[in-house]
Unconditional design. Structure first.
Ligand code: CU
Length: 638
């Protein structure tokens, strides 16, 4: 065996020795590994299939990449928060890494609260709103020692709100004591004029999780029981009461926060903004036709799925107000369409019953009406699927890829489907299958109007060693997949992929449930980054954008100087990704019409904000061989 370690001519020598020695699977595995390495590094292979490169960060910079967004500084904002690690959560250790994929350098950013499993969306100035996150970790049944449940506090006083500190004691009629896990405030009651003009009082309500002080079955209680709140006196005693839901020893789900922050790419700091009206864990932040953002779904402060309340974020005043009431499962894929409506593709990740709110459709948030989009094949396997607005965005065609059964189901599908929303009564039609059944497929729009689809897993959170080490490139023009080089690193739950300004794709994260194919031990969070260079980066010289304005208004034209203008056949405006949990509502590629000038191109930005949401974009030019330039950052303004 020793002779094999340092062959002078790696491939031929190893093959020869292996054939002569003929000693079993270890050698043949080693040989096939060597042959594979040789093959994937050939220029012809890279030109056909592209190439993957693994990056190990220095240990001080390794974080659990749960959220990844590309900022207009070219840096990746990689948010771990507590990183799905309860010890980090209890220690208050919350991490964010700001990493430059060009220089390979980075630094950790002070992270004020646990943004793990929050939502995010860009503002038109390029800052990133991050809202929601983790207030408390889930407790599996074997860890639940004391009964617990949601406690509703009802305030009948229109005069004042009432704050309840963490540890507030609630006493049941049978004398059992319960303590609240966080501080909450019950809002005052409101006087509302009814349909016949009569004033009625609507009590102020809030909910908080409580745990029984006594362990075991002593603290079990039915839902709907009244509780006394310790320490309430006088008027408060008359006006405020509590009603418990069931107190049980069952699994306790994660609980959400209403914390909201804006990350500024220039100061490289989180800034406080007012909290959301509702607490959310696994929300989506959807961009609306007017540029405002809508926080939708998630688990609330007591671990229950939000029944339908949405929170509207005004991007000018940086404040929240109530949005339309509509129920969706957690992390719903909600995309802005040119009609101004939001398209719920059917993709979601995480929580919610199988039978409620999973039908795809067009949601008009103004009238709060919903037009179903039917025809999705394998509709019961849309959880953990990906959704992409196929390039170019003008075609208004969305693809839904892969997915699996609701919750910890073993089902996964290779199905893709396409909805053409340019039709007045759109329906889904089947697309070509993925290489394998795939939950959590990573899907990234490339500047040549194709989509990279990589990674994912064949089972829930990569169970049974089911990570898919495959990649394909989807070609919308021909509705086909072609093979791409295989990634080395598996990516399942809590993983992301984003297009970089240089035309490469960064893949990060992965949080398998188990550490091996036998599911015999706990999994570890993947902290290596792997970067894919698509075939176009091996097809000769790249066109260049050498100059141009930093901002262009909707509907306006602008001149950019380029290398040889006669080479340029396509101009694309690509919005940077903000990805988490197979959900990237931000990436979109808009085709720009252009004319060649003496020293570049004159491009025109489409006038519709519903097609081109305001914000920072990557401007790419492509040559006739499909080779894109490095992007130039351009802000699209009013
Ligand atoms: Cu999560």
């Amino acid at each position: 065996m020793k002779r094999l370690r340092k062959p002078r001519r790696p491939v031929m020598a190893v093959v020869l020795v292996a054939v002569l020695a003929g000693n079993g699977p270890i050698v043949s595995q080693f040989v096939s590994g060597q042959v594979h390495q040789y093959e994937i590094n050939q220029p012809s292979y890279k030109a056909q299939y592209g190439h993957w490169q693994t990056i190990e960060l220095p240990s001080a910079l390794r974080v659990n990449a749960v959220h990844t967004a590309l900022l207009q500084t070219g840096k990746l904002l990689i948010i771990a928060g507590s990183g799905n690690d309860q010890q980090n959560f209890e220690a208050g250790t919350f991490k964010t890494l700001l990493w430059d994929p060009v220089t390979g350098t980075g630094r950790l950013i002070p992270t004020p609260s646990d943004m793990f499993c929050g939502g995010h969306a860009f503002l038109p100035d390029g800052r990133l709103l991050v809202a929601g996150g983790t207030a408390r970790y889930e407790q599996l049944p074997n860890k639940v020692t004391n009964a617990g449940g949601p406690m509703q506090i009802v305030n009948d006083s229109t005069a004042s709100s009432h704050a309840f500190p963490q540890g507030t004691v609630f006493v049941a009629d049978n004398g059992q004591f319960y303590r609240s896990d966080i501080a909450v405030t019950a809002p005052p009651a409101r006087s509302v004029r009814g349909p016949r003009g009569r004033l009625t009082t609507v009590p102020g309500r809030t909910e908080v999780w409580v745990d029984a002080v006594n362990g075991g079955r002593a603290g079990l209680a039915y839902g709907g029981a009244p509780y006394h709140i310790a320490g309430l006196g006088g008027r408060d005693f008359e006006n405020i009461h509590a009603v418990g839901r069931a107190m049980s020893l069952a699994k306790e789900d994660f609980q959400g926060t209403n914390a909201a922050y804006i990350f500024d790419p220039y100061s490289e700091r989180y800034e406080f903004v007012p909290p959301m009206p509702h607490k959310r864990w696994y929300p989506s932040l959807a961009t609306l036709a007017d540029g405002n953002l809508l926080a939708v779904s998630g688990l609330d402060g007591v671990g229950q799925i939000v029944p339908g309340e949405t929170d509207l974020f005004n991007i000018k005043t940086l404040s929240w107000s109530p949005g339309p009431f509509h129920y969706f499962p957690t992390y719903p894929a909600l995309f802005l369409t040119t009609s101004g409506r939001l398209f719920f593709t059917g993709s979601s990740t995480g929580y919610g019953p199988a039978t409620k709110g999973r039908e795809p459709g067009l949601w008009d948030v103004q009238s709060n009406t919903f037009q179903p989009v039917t025809g999705l094949p394998d509709p019961a396997e849309a959880e953990t699927s990906a959704s992409v607005l196929l390039p170019p965005a003008q075609a208004q065609r969305w693809m839904l890829l892969g997915g699996g059964g609701v919750g910890e189901s073993p089902l996964a599908t290779a199905r893709t489907a396409i909805a053409d929303l340019s039709s007045p009564n759109p329906t889904y039609t089947a697309g070509p299958n993925l290489a394998l059944p795939t939950r959590y497929p990573e899907s990234v729009i490339l500047p040549d109007d194709t989509v990279l689809v990589s990674g994912g897993a064949g089972d829930y959170r990569g169970k049974h060693g089911s990570d898919n080490h495959v990649a394909r490139i989807y070609h919308p023009e021909t509705n086909t997949f072609t093979q791409a080089a295989a990634p080395e690193i598996g990516r399942d739950y809590h993983s992301e992929a984003v297009l970089l300004p240089d035309g490469r794709v960064a893949t990060l994260g992965s949080n398998p449930l188990y550490g091996d194919a036998e599911d015999s031990g706990p999994g570890f969070f993947e902290q290596r980054i792997e970067i894919y260079s698509p075939p176009y980066l091996f097809h000769g010289p790249r066109p260049q954008i050498t100059g141009g304005p930093q901002a262009v208004a909707l509907g306006a034209s602008a001149d950019f100087t380029t290398s040889n203008p006669s080479d340029i056949v396509k101009v694309r405006l690509i919005h940077p990704s903000a990805a988490t949990h197979v959900t990237d509502l931000q990436q979109r590629s808009i085709a720009l019409t252009f004319t060649r000038t003496a020293n570049g191109v004159q491009v025109t930005i489409p006038p519709q904000q519903t097609l081109v949401p305001l914000g920072w974009y990557m401007l790419f030019v492509d040559n006739a061989k499909g080779v894109p330039s490095v992007a130039r950052w351009v802000q699209v303004t009013h």
